[in-house]
Design a protein. Structure first.
Length: 309
């Protein structure tokens, strides 16, 4: 089967068909996007994938719409948009193009669906409304903000805007997939480091990487701080209590807040102390020895506050 056409609707665009196009153009790089509502194009044929138009959902005939009277639903009855339908059918193949190992495919596919695809589906179907100060900065609204303004009636304005938005959307999808894959790679490294740390309250990592989810998975509730090298120095960071929010298992000492260089060295008593953030979630040291000394002091401070040995 040779796919020569990727068919979606013309006119104003939304995040779901735009993000669907990201997936499909990578899988079928020689195919041409045709934006139309012409029935001759939106009728299934062997040379095309049809999405967000056509009022039918039939993966075998490669049509993926969700606007029909009985639209497709997820197992939990939440609605699909065209993006969710395309991801369900093509997502694993898309991940393979990035070299994702077969053993990680299902996990990354499911994680991306839950964190990235489902919110797009819900917003597109009116089941979720972005709200609050960041509403206009949500991905669906940011992508739709790239549509022509209402009084731009120049020929081809919608199609030009779609092509421009597609480039931007592609960057977001590819970055999100890369981060999901990297998180799994990091998890294996963090698990090894947790085993090496034993009962220590400080986890030492070989580089900066995502660590909280692995710590949670390992049940390493005793860990309070993480140290790791950066390009020219070392970082000491706290560990968030929850995935959301900024509360830490333990803060760095209040007497370090906002200090740099000589003032930080004087307050901590550790040569090579460089900087401590005002919010006390990260400190920077010149080298490993200084970072570990700061970590030891931070653990002692946390224990003193809790009244534990």
């Amino acid at each position: 089967m040779t796919i020569a056409h990727l068919v979606t609707h013309s006119g104003g665009f939304h995040a779901d068909e735009l993000l669907s196009s990201v997936v499909l153009t990578r899988l079928f790089p020689k195919a041409r996007i045709t934006r139309t509502r012409d029935a001759a194009w939106t009728t299934p044929a062997p040379d095309r994938v049809i999405y967000d138009v056509g009022r039918d959902h039939d993966p075998e005939r490669l049509i993926f719409d969700h606007h029909q009277k009985s639209p497709p639903l997820r197992d939990d009855s939440q609605p699909y948009s065209s993006f969710g339908l395309i991801w369900r059918h093509f997502g694993r193949d898309y991940l393979r193009t990035f070299g994702v190992p077969d053993g990680d495919l299902d996990m990354i596919h499911a994680a991306f669906d839950a964190d990235f695809v489902l919110p797009i589906d819900l917003v597109d179907n009116g089941s979720l409304s972005p709200s609050g100060l960041l509403a206009d900065l949500s991905l669906p609204l940011l992508l739709e903000s790239l549509k022509p303004v209402f009084d731009d009636r120049s020929p081809g304005a919608d199609d030009r805007a779609f092509d421009h938005a597609l480039t931007i959307a592609r960057a977001f999808v590819e970055a999100a997939v890369a981060r999901k894959a990297a998180k799994l790679r990091a998890e294996a490294v963090v698990m090894e480091a947790i085993a090496a740390a034993g009962e220590s309250r400080v986890l030492e990592l070989p580089m900066g990487m995502p660590f909280r989810s692995a710590i949670e998975k390992a049940g390493a509730d005793h860990l309070l701080f993480v140290v790791h090298p950066r390009e020219t120095d070392w970082a000491l960071t706290g560990i968030r209590r929850e995935a959301e929010g900024f509360a830490l298992r333990a803060d760095l000492p209040v007497g370090w807040a906002g200090l740099t260089d000589a003032a930080f060295e004087a307050a901590s008593g550790v040569p090579g102390s460089r900087f401590c953030h005002n919010a006390r979630f990260i400190a920077v040291a010149a080298d490993r020895e200084a970072a570990l000394q700061l970590a030891t002091l931070a653990v002692q401070h946390a224990r003193a506050l809790r009244g534990t040995a």
